[in-house]
Design a protein around this ligand. Structure first.
Ligand code: IPD
Length: 273
């Protein structure tokens, strides 16, 4: 299959089918009852049986449809498929983004699945497990939700901006992030911490929040939602022209980008543990 050069719309079609089935499994498992199966980086960084089952299902589905592709997933890493060959496709999956919300039955958790070609994310889908809302994007093809094309917020005043963010699981990192938020909140309309980075990026894509930033995102938190946000007109970068990544992700409409970036740089938002 490698070298067959699938187009972004073809990859998106596969992603949507796989993500819908995955979300259905997560939804069913939630209804049957959920508990913590293991912890990862800290005791509050949990994994449920559903995280594992859903990622396995996605791996199997992708292997059936695209046997030569690589897959990077939150629970199993890249170990099972190896890296993408030159020009090959790599899928990036977060089986349940917002695992803590999922555990508590809060309707803000999602399956996130993206396809990357030559290091560029070209197709992505984020599907809310609880509500069925679904955001999609292809590189150059726009961002969409339920047939409607998305545009980011037209807000121009940081003081009027509703800004979403999130916190890591490590206590030291959280303490630093809390200090940044404490200094930022007097300068924005308000802050939202809803608990699923992929969904935060999708809400920014349709102006349901004006902007988003967070330190510590992994590739699977960012891949699909980051494309949706970019295709909706947000600038999605790190600090000082760096690419978005674990150090920092800022997603802001063009008019809000500079003032938000300036504040975050002054507050050393990419610093700390
Ligand atoms: C987490 C969520 C959360 C964000 C964390 C992520 P997970 O992902 O996206 O909103 O603040 O940085 O790790 O653990 O629920 O997949």
């Amino acid at each position: 299959m490698i070298g067959s050069a699938p187009t972004p719309p073809e990859l998106l079609e596969i992603a949507i089918t796989v993500a819908r089935d995955a979300a259905a499994t997560a939804h069913r498992m939630r209804a049957e009852g959920v508990s913590v199966a293991a912890t990862k980086s800290t005791v509050t960084d949990v994994v449920t049986a559903a995280d594992r089952a859903v990622e396995r299902q996605v791996l199997t589905a992708l292997r059936t449809r695209r046997p030569g592709d690589a897959v990077l997933g939150e629970e199993y890493g890249a170990g099972e498929t190896g890296p993408a060959a030159d020009g090959g496709v790599r899928w990036i999956v977060d089986p349940i983004d917002g695992t803590v919300n999922y555990l508590y039955g809060l309707p803000y958790c999602a399956v996130s699945l993206a396809a990357e070609v030559a290091g560029e994310v070209v197709a992505g889908v984020v599907r809310n497990i609880a509500t069925g809302e679904e955001w999609t994007a292809t590189a150059g093809g726009g961002a969409w939700r339920d047939g409607a094309r998305l545009r980011c917020s037209a807000e121009t005043d940081l003081g009027q901006a509703l800004v979403a963010t999130g916190f890591g699981y490590d206590a030291g990192r959280r303490a630093h992030q809390a200090r940044v938020v404490a200094e930022l909140i007097p300068h924005v309309r308000d802050i939202r911490r809803m608990g699923a980075a992929a969904l935060d990026l999708c809400l920014a894509a349709e102006g349901r929040v004006d902007a988003y930033y967070e330190k510590g995102l992994a590739a699977w938190d960012l891949a699909a939602g980051g494309l949706v946000a970019r295709e909706a007109g947000l600038r999605v970068t790190g600090l000082s022209g760096r690419p978005p990544g674990p150090d920092l992700v800022i997603a802001a409409p063009p008019a809000l980008f500079e003032p938000l970036h300036t504040r975050l740089a002054a507050l050393d938002a990419s610093g700390g543990p």
